[in-house]
Design a protein around this ligand. Structure first.
Ligand code: ATP
Length: 451
């Protein structure tokens, strides 16, 4: 099979695994689906929560120069005029004149693929038009008098409009940042590649406010590039699958002085994982102009007052989840293990794994084994941070493989020796090695690895 098919195959396998095991389902599936929307199932919800918690700990809790906000999704429409989104949040759209399907003019490969579907016929395209990605909504209770607004196209604006509120309600001093996690909505022309390009998605962002100065800007821009790259490496994403890509002048967003993406080597090609942008004073000065409210910072020590610059880091939660799944997916043939042929294993960082451990009785029909296993299960649920599973179905090999497939890092088996010496076997997902551990020491063994 050629490389392209292999890669497509991998995406198909991951999409199928996500549905089968409850990570991610197509949105509104029972009604035939809603393009560009996805619902997270029980395991996906846990994975997403773990990622967001780790991100928040890293970006906010462990620092002393960062605070959080959780701003409303619906904002005054003027905020989107101020930020330039009404005018410039566009993608170039072209339409096939034969079948009226629409594409992004800059996604050349998709355009070429579409031409092939017309079996050698000459395909004419409309001229590229600017297509605004903001999703409109209507608010109010009187039909015909509702006010039109936008669902936020990026979460940035909610932090920017609260710049003064944060300054006035905390004692924070520049340089400092505002972090936020939340939903964003875009009328994407071609949603696709599973969750990679969705119409509803979540972002994790930091806006870091600094003195308005070119050198300061360059220094903090480099700092945040390294900081974010190290964050993804710390999650266990393979180094060779990550790279920086600086934006060319013509592709920079309307606000950007400098812009670099961190890209991931996805099966569908190197793709944007997240962006680091030097937004200058674009947002604050525009909000100052449009709202008539001061958006300045007073440096009492230096006796200066200025509109700060903002170095932004903006990552997609859903893209991170997708890339983490791709990066951790392996099929191995553990011929030295329990000899059950190929296994699928998600080698997720244990801190991210939806379930941290699974507890099994060796045999489901031995009452004392089942009772002891249940006791271990309930005490672990209390003593470790994270979800624990219990499984007594089928044979032990099948249970291991079922947990491997969802990335559970440790499987604990209660066997006949347990009844004699209160030890259990703990099997490591990646090495498949087993060790015996006293039940009373289990939480102490697991907690540092999973939390
Ligand atoms: P792209 O070039 O892929 O359209 P973008 O440059 O428009 O992305 P930004 O506006 O910089 O993206 O958004 C920051 C991050 O939000 C992206 O790096 C990505 O992780 C995430 N993101 C943006 N659009 C989508 C989407 N349609 N679906 C899922 N995640 C998205």
């Amino acid at each position: 099979m050629d490389q392209k098919n292999n890669k497509q195959n991998l995406m198909d396998k991951i999409t199928a695994l996500c549905k089968r095991r409850g990570f991610i389902y197509p949105g509104s599936e029972i009604y035939g689906g809603l393009q560009g929307t996805w619902d997270y199932g029980p395991l996906g919800t846990l994975l997403k929560k773990n990622l967001k918690d780790i991100w928040w700990k890293d970006a906010v809790e462990k620092r002393d120069d960062m605070v959080g906000v959780d701003a409303a999704i619906m904002m005054h429409p003027k905020a989107w005029e101020a930020s330039g989104h009404v005018e410039a949040f566009t993608d170039p759209l072209v339409e096939c004149k034969i079948c009226h399907e629409r594409f992004r003019a800059d996604e050349k490969e998709k355009v070429l693929e579409h031409i092939k579907t017309h079996d050698g016929k000459k395909v004419d395209w409309t001229n590229p038009q600017k297509f605004n990605l903001l999703v409109k909504a209507y608010l109010g209770v009187i039909e015909g008098k509702q006010s039109e607004l936008y669902l936020r196209g990026e979460i940035t604006n909610g932090a920017q409009v609260n710049f003064r509120n944060v300054l006035d309600s905390t004692r924070i001093k520049i340089p400092f940042g505002i972090a936020q996690i939340g939903k964003a909505f875009r009328n994407e022309i071609t949603p696709g590649n599973f969750t990679f390009r969705s119409r509803e998605f979540e972002q994790m962002e930091t806006q870091y406010y600094i003195k308005p100065d070119k050198k300061e800007g360059e220094k903090w821009f480099e700092y945040w590039k390294d900081n974010r790259m190290n964050f993804y490496l710390s999650l266990g994403i393979k180094k060779e699958n990550l790279r920086f890509r600086e934006h060319r002048e013509e592709e920079k967003a309307h606000y950007a002085i400098a812009a670099t993406d961190i890209e991931y080597n996805a099966p569908f090609g190197w793709s944007e994982f997240m962006g680091i942008h030097n937004r200058g004073d674009w947002d604050l000065s525009r909000h100052q102009k449009y709202s008539g409210q001061k958006m300045t910072y007073k440096d009492e020590v230096a006796g200066e007052e200025y509109v700060p610059w903002d170095i932004e880091t903006s990552a997609g939660v859903d893209r991170s989840i997708l890339f983490l799944l791709i990066d951790s997916y392996e099929e191995d043939d553990p011929s030295t293990g329990s000899g059950q042929g190929k296994r699928v294993v998600l080698k997720l960082n244990p801190k991210l794994a939806p379930y941290k451990a699974a507890v099994f009785p060796l045999l489901a029909n031995k009452e004392d084994l089942v009772k002891t296993a249940k006791d271990v299960y309930y005490s672990l649920k209390k003593d470790i941070n994270g979800m624990v599973a219990f499984d007594a179905r089928g044979n032990i090999g099948k249970r291991y493989y079922s947990q491997d497939e969802i990335g559970t890092p440790y499987c604990i088996t209660v066997d006949f020796q347990t009844l004699e010496d209160e030890t259990v076997t703990v099997r490591n997902r990646d090495t498949m090695k087993q060790e015996r551990i006293k039940i009373e020491k289990l939480a102490e063994f697991l907690n540092p690895k999973i939390d």
